[in-house]
Each structure stands twice: as C-alpha cells, then as structure tokens.
Design a protein around this ligand. Structure first.
Ligand SMILES: Nc1nc2c(ncn2[C@@H]2O[C@H](COP(=O)(O)OP(=O)(O)OP(=O)(O)O)[C@@H](O)[C@H]2O)c(=O)[nH]1
Ligand SMILES: [Mg+2]
Length: 276
C-alpha cells in the first residue's frame, strides 16, 4: 500500500484504548497521542483496574477536553466487550483501536487515520517482526490466524494477513452497523475483536493493510491466558464452540484433566497389552 498524501483532520477521529491495570503506561500513552494528534478524542475503556489506572485518567480529564473514560462492570470483564462499548460511544467519523502498552506505536495511528480520511472503511495495522513474542506465542498466534482466515474464507468474508491484530481503524458507521445487528454474537470475553468485526462485516468489504514494526510491552504485564487463546475457537461457529468446550474441559478444568489423564493411561495400557 503506497503512502497516502495530505494532512489529517484529527477532529474526525477517536482513539479507543482498552485498559486493564496499565498505570505504568496510560498517562504516557494519552499524553503522547494528544501531542501527536491535537484535536483527537481519546476514549479509555477500563475493566476494573485496581492499580490506579482509573485515578490516573481521571486526574488527566481535568484539563483534557477530548479525554473520556468508560468504566465497565468488572463482572463482565472482556477485551472484546470493552472495545465494543468504546466503539458504541464514538461520535466522530472514524476511530482507531490500539493497546495501551506501546506495542502499537502511537505514531503509526497517523497512517491508519489517513487511509480512513481518504475513503478506506477498514484499515488493519499488520505486525511485522514478531521477535517480541515467545516461541509458544508465535506458534499460537500463527495457528489462530490460520484458523481465523480459513473460517473467513469458508464464510466468504474479507480477510487480512493479520486477523489477530488489535491495532486497526474503521469508519464508525460501518462498525456501528455491524455491532447493531450482531452484537450478541460477538465473543465479548475474547481478545480478538477484529476477527469478530470481519466475521460479520458485509461481504466484499475492502480491507486496507498497513504494516508496522511490532514492539515490546513498555511496562506492566500481559493479560493473555490460555482461556483467552481458546476464545478464538469459540469465534469459529458451532464446531469451534464444541472444540473449545472440549479442550477447556481436558486442558483447563481440574476434573477434566484427571479424566483426560485416566483416558490416556487406559489407552496406553491397552496399546501395550495388545503389542505384548
Ligand atoms: N478493558 C480491558 N482491557 C484489557 C483486557 N485485557 C487486556 N486489556 C488491555 O488490552 C490491551 C492488550 O492487552 P495485552 O495484555 O497487552 O495483550 P497482548 O498485547 O496480546 O499481550 P502481550 O504481547 O503479552 O502484551 C492492553 O491495553 C490491556 O490493558 C480486558 O479484559 N479489559
Ligand atoms: Mg500487549
């Protein structure tokens, strides 16, 4: 994709940032974004942080007109649900979704906004150089992407090289239309809201891609868990939900792990006795 020419009207955009215990990052992130994009709106969607993230944002809101905070019910905690609530509150023509931990470089948001201002409906920031990820995360992320892109191909929906990206920009009217019709089918406790938006976007939606160098988390800890990884399966129709439930039972549930161990041991004994 070539460079899009011209200036951006920052006032046309809202940057939606989900947070969960990001006190070490949130002030720097908000200040850098306002510095880079004067006139932009920023909506932070917090899920019951206990480390002072909310207090830090509230302190900044006294002298930052475009800064908004949504505080969600911690009982409904979920990254996708948070981004959906953020999008529903957007009042500008377009928005950008990005993480708070600086893995998504704030300066890169400019390219995404430019594309939207010049007519794109959905722009995905595609990660390049996955060095910051551990080997297991690389394998997991690659596998989840293959699963998601196969599902999208099967459903004849538009896809992208990075279906697992958490950094993207969209026209607000398109996102709100998708959410209005399909919100109940979003995997609200999942981590991959872009995959949900792609699953339910109208067929033929053009997806623009813009690559960037993925970085390390600046401060604080990752919120990824094995259950979050299984949530991608739950996004893949009824078959995916059944597979996710089965894997959850055998890998995460304690009783299920014991049952799995007994089944494996029984298979082992049968194979050995047949071979003897
Ligand atoms: N509101 C909300 N935000 C969340 C939740 N889980 C994570 N986040 C935020 O979503 C962003 C991405 O979370 P990370 O933990 O960095 O996930 P990640 O980037 O896939 O994992 P790392 O590569 O290990 O950093 C960060 O801004 C988090 O604070 C959640 O349940 N609710
Ligand atoms: Mg991160």
């Amino acid at each position: 994709m070539g460079e899009v020419q011209g200036e951006i009207d920052h006032g046309l955009f809202t940057i939606v940032i989900p947070t969960l215990n990001e006190v070490g990052n949130v002030r720097n992130m908000v200040e850098e974004l306002f510095h880079l994009y004067p006139g932009v709106s920023i909506t932070v969607v917090d899920d019951g942080s206990k480390d002072g993230t909310v207090e830090s944002i509230q302190a900044m809101m006294h002298n930052r007109l475009g800064l908004n905070l949504i505080q969600r019910n911690p009982a409904e905690r979920g990254l996708t649900g948070s981004v959906v609530d953020g999008i529903k509150s957007v009042k500008t023509m377009g928005f950008v979704v990005m993480d708070c931990d600086f893995q998504h470089p704030p300066a890169k948001a400019r390219d995404l906004m430019k594309e939207i201002q010049h007519g794109a409906k959905l722009v995905v920031a595609v990660r390049e150089g996955m060095e910051p990820l551990s080997l297991s995360r690389k394998i997991g992320s690659g596998g989840a992407h293959r699963l998601a892109s196969t599902y999208l191909w099967f459903k004849r929906r538009s896809s992208t090289k990075d279906t697992m990206s958490g950094f993207f920009a969209m026209r607000t009217d398109l996102a709100k239309d998708i959410i209005a019709v399909n919100e109940e089918r979003f995997e609200k406790r999942g981590f991959k809201v872009l995959f949900d938006l792609l699953r339910f976007a109208p067929r033929g939606t053009v997806v623009v891609e813009s690559s960037y160098k993925f970085g390390d988390r600046a401060s604080g800890q990752s919120k990824l868990s094995s259950d979050v990884a299984l949530s991608v399966l739950r996004q893949c129709g009824l078959g995916g939900k059944v597979a996710s439930g089965t894997l959850h039972f055998f890998l995460i549930n304690k009783a299920g792990r014991a049952v799995g161990f007994i089944i494996l041991a029984a298979i082992f004994v049968i194979v050995i006795s047949l071979a003897a």
